[in-house]
Design a binder for this molecule. Structure first.
Ligand code: ADP
Ligand code: MG
Length: 324
């Protein structure tokens, strides 16, 4: 086998061997056929994978540093939604060519976020192909305590962290080549995974999901899996003021319900646990209540109620997507 400075082994060594936190529970990292890790008794391993595909999840000209950040952030967000503590991740990357400036920036984006959340890169794969980034994350959650989508109960209060619609608004502006306020562009390109909030909610919330495809669609997953419905208060949806000013209330609410990529958490808390939730002083607000009747409803300030049809983005949804 030939070896040059740009062989895949050299690239792995240079960019992906000592990346992220240096964890003592890793027995064997990058370099062998598998990584070996230890898991404490009484904890489950929480495992998730997310894929970023050029042209589908990001534009070709997205800065490499942001892509590194986002590829890991969206994965950490899934751990956050279970209340899990991140530990390790793997990276499967296809690249059209070797661009050392791009690789340096990409690996730095990964590194900075990995260190923040004490996760270590422990393996992966590298091949030539269109730019695709697949990350798998592993974390821990105490047995029996994970925050499941199926945990909603009638009477629960429904909360979301942060604000909604920012990423979708930024994307809509980029698509028509309009300027985007920097904080909303940040939301789209560098979402901050709510890992600390998810962990803090263990034992207080008893169901959660991260909002990747829009609140209405993601909350509908929870409702369906729990066999319940919900009513949200339109006026309670946390939407950034600049979006309300730019779009007007009605379109801003629509965006908050259907826009993707926010990576906030939606979670449910029993009324008896609300004092404990308030004591955490999390960046979150109550948007509605779980009800017995199936489906998602939205109540306006004048008292009127609409049924929400979820229109979350679907990758495969038409006849043309099916092989004949
Ligand atoms: P194999 O052929 O057994 O799949 P590889 O030659 O592809 O192994 O990879 C060699 C080592 O480098 C393995 O430990 C693998 O996990 C790691 N590795 C490969 N690609 C990456 C990557 N993009 N990031 C981190 N580690 C990687
Ligand atoms: Mg391989």
């Amino acid at each position: 086998m030939t070896s040059s400075n740009n062989s895949e082994f050299e690239l792995i060594k240079r960019y992906f061997t000592q990346l992220g936190a240096q964890r003592t529970d890793l027995l064997l990292g990058v370099g062998d056929d598998c990584a070996l890790v230890t898991v404490e008794p009484d904890y489950c391993l929480a495992i998730s994978t997310d894929l970023l595909v050029e042209g589908v999840h990001f534009f070709a000209d997205t800065p490499a540093h942001d892509l590194g950040h986002k590829a890991l952030a969206v994965n950490l967000s899934d751990l956050a939604a279970m209340g899990a503590t991140p530990a390790w991740f793997t990276l499967a990357l296809t690249l059209p060519s070797i661009n050392s400036v791009w690789l340096q920036a990409f690996s730095q984006g990964l590194e900075q976020l990995a260190v923040q959340f004490n996760v270590q890169l422990i393996g992966g794969d590298l091949a030539r192909g269109p730019l695709n980034i697949a990350i798998g994350v592993h974390g821990f959650v105490p047995k029996g305590q994970a925050l499941l989508r199926s945990g909603l109960q009638v009477g629960d209060k429904i909360f979301v962290t942060g604000q909604l619609g920012g990423a979708a608004y930024a994307l809509s502006r980029l698509l028509v080549k309009q300027a985007v306020p920097p904080n909303l562009l940040q939301k789209l390109h560098c979402p901050w995974p709510r890992v600390r909030e998810g962990q803090a909610l263990l034992g207080i919330a008893h169901a959660a999901i991260d909002i990747s495809d829009g609140l209405a669609g993601d909350l509908a997953h929870m409702l369906n899996q729990s066999g319940v419905g919900a009513c949200l208060q339109a006026a309670a949806l946390p939407i950034p003021d600049p979006i309300k000013q730019a779009l007007g209330d009605e379109a801003a609410i629509e965006l908050a319900l259907t826009g993707g990529d926010d990576y906030e958490l939606c979670f449910a808390v029993k009324p008896s646990k609300l004092p404990q939730l308030h004591a955490l002083a999390l960046d979150c607000c109550c948007i509605g209540t779980v009800e017995p009747g199936l489906g998602l409803r939205l109540q306006y300030q004048d008292g009127s109620v609409n049924t929400v049809i979820s229109q979350a983005y679907q990758h495969f949804s038409g006849e043309s997507d099916i092989d004949k």
